[in-house]
Design a protein around this ligand. Structure first.
Ligand SMILES: C[S@@+](CC[C@H](N)C(=O)[O-])C[C@H]1O[C@@H](n2cnc3c(N)ncnc32)[C@H](O)[C@@H]1O
Length: 399
């Protein structure tokens, strides 16, 4: 079945709600008024996710340009409908958008908002897993933006996604992915997290690794086009490929473990699914901590991000500046190894005050190392220099 219409919900009297108007991108929507953002609101809308939706519009547009054909998009957790409606009106080459939500009140508001914006979207009221199972191989883009963890929906996405499609995923359970709470991370993502200065990047890698391993059973593999962590959430854009041997190769090349020394900040990588434990730090002989299995391959695709930057709209300068800043940082991270050093933490271990980041980056580059900022932390440096060489470079800045 393709795009099941939702049942007529005569019992839901949406006129009983006092409404507020929201303008975002090229759309205006009406939603029930709210005092604070809450999953308990009659219809969920979070203004602080505007950046997430702005970047999604750019990323899906770039994907459509590369595909050179019309695309069908599934907004599986549509809420007010703002995301799907924006996709319909702001992304060129969109053939159909399906806006789905399990909440009947949300579905009524999606209908109203699509009419208000003259945006023809198909509307369904299904559990996201069931919708994915019913529509195998239908969508070019599947957007998963649930409350908290996307983990319960990845299996059905693996079943449903077709070769050459794009999977967009949001996770707001950052405390699990970043290792504040270890057990929920193991439960939801079957991976051991690591509470370090680069825990947000590590969280992105756990989420990507989990998706890659889940899709592998359907002989599907991923190519990360864009991944970032912002405020209270993580967001991934993954292109899907199909084939047993390519999936095997992708797991072999990209799944592994990160080892970390909390004493001297040394870290290393290991490919594979079986960590070798316990391990001693080769620099200071302390016991190494570890995280994984996770994605140790590329998270950013330079050309994809360049394309997104090129299509940034000219207007709305302030907003554009923030998006451009983030995209430039992410572009710089492509081709860089996993993890980063927090220069303040390194300098505190060295018992010196931290010199300007720019100077450290310049010194590392002069020594022939790659070095760039991390989008996750303002004081972070991504580099292929080992910790000893980084410490030497920091000392040199002062000499
Ligand atoms: C975080 S909100 C979505 C926000 C929306 N994507 C946006 O950008 O404004 C999550 C939505 O998922 C819906 N939802 C929760 N569980 C669901 C499920 N199993 N299937 C489909 N929708 C679900 C909720 O009703 C809620 O509207």
């Amino acid at each position: 079945m393709f795009f099941v219409k939702y049942p007529i919900l005569k019992s839901i009297k949406i006129f009983l709600y006092s409404n507020m108007r929201v303008n975002e991108g090229r759309v205006t929507i009406k939603i029930p008024s709210f005092d604070k953002v809450s999953s308990k609101a009659p219809v969920f809308y979070n203004p602080s996710m505007e950046l997430n939706r702005d970047i999604s519009v750019l990323a899906i547009q770039q994907f459509q340009k590369e595909k050179k054909s019309k695309i069908k998009i599934a907004d599986l957790f549509a809420g007010s409908g703002i995301r799907g409606i924006r996709y319909r009106l702001e992304i060129e080459g969109t053939e159909r958008v399906l806006a789905n939500d399990i909440n009947p009140i949300a579905v009524e508001f999606i209908k109203r908002n699509s009419e208000l914006n003259k945006a023809p979207v198909d509307i369904t009221m299904e559990d996201a897993n069931i919708l994915l199972r019913k529509n195998r191989g239908v969508f070019d883009v599947v957007d998963i933006d649930p409350f908290g963890t996307p983990s319960p929906f990845i299996e059905s996405a693996g079943y449903s996604l077709k070769d050459g499609s794009l999977l967009c995923v949001t996770a707001t359970d950052t405390s699990s992915l970043c290792g504040t709470y270890k057990k929920p991370c193991i439960r939801k993502y079957n991976a051991v997290p690591l509470k370090t200065e680069y825990c947000h990047e590590n969280g992105l890698r756990i989420l990507t690794g989990f998706i890659s391993l889940t899709l592998a059973k359907y002989k599907k593999y991923i190519k990360a086009r864009l991944a970032y962590s912002s405020q209270h959430y993580m967001r991934l854009y993954l292109e899907i490929g199909k084939g047993a041997s390519k999936t095997d190769k992708s797991l072999k090349d990209n799944i592994g473990f990160i080892y970390h020394c909390h004493n001297c900040l040394f870290r290393s990588l290991e490919h594979g699914l079986l960590p070798i434990l316990p391990r001693e730090c080769p620099q200071c002989s302390e016991k190494l901590d570890f995280s994984g299995p996770l994605w140790i391959g590329e998270l950013e695709d330079e050309n994809f991000i360049k394309g997104m930057i090129r299509s940034l709209p000219e207007k709305k300068l302030n907003k554009k500046r923030n998006i451009l800043k983030l995209l430039k940082l992410l572009k710089g991270e492509s081709g860089m190894p996993p993890t980063f050093y927090d220069t303040h933490k390194v300098c505190s271990k060295m018992r010196i005050s931290a010199p300007p980041l720019k100077k450290i980056i310049k010194t590392l580059q002069e020594k022939g190392f790659k070095a760039t900022r991390s989008h996750c932390k303002a004081t972070g440096i991504k580099t292929n220099a080992p910790i000893i060489r980084l410490k030497e470079s920091i000392k040199e800045v002062y000499s």
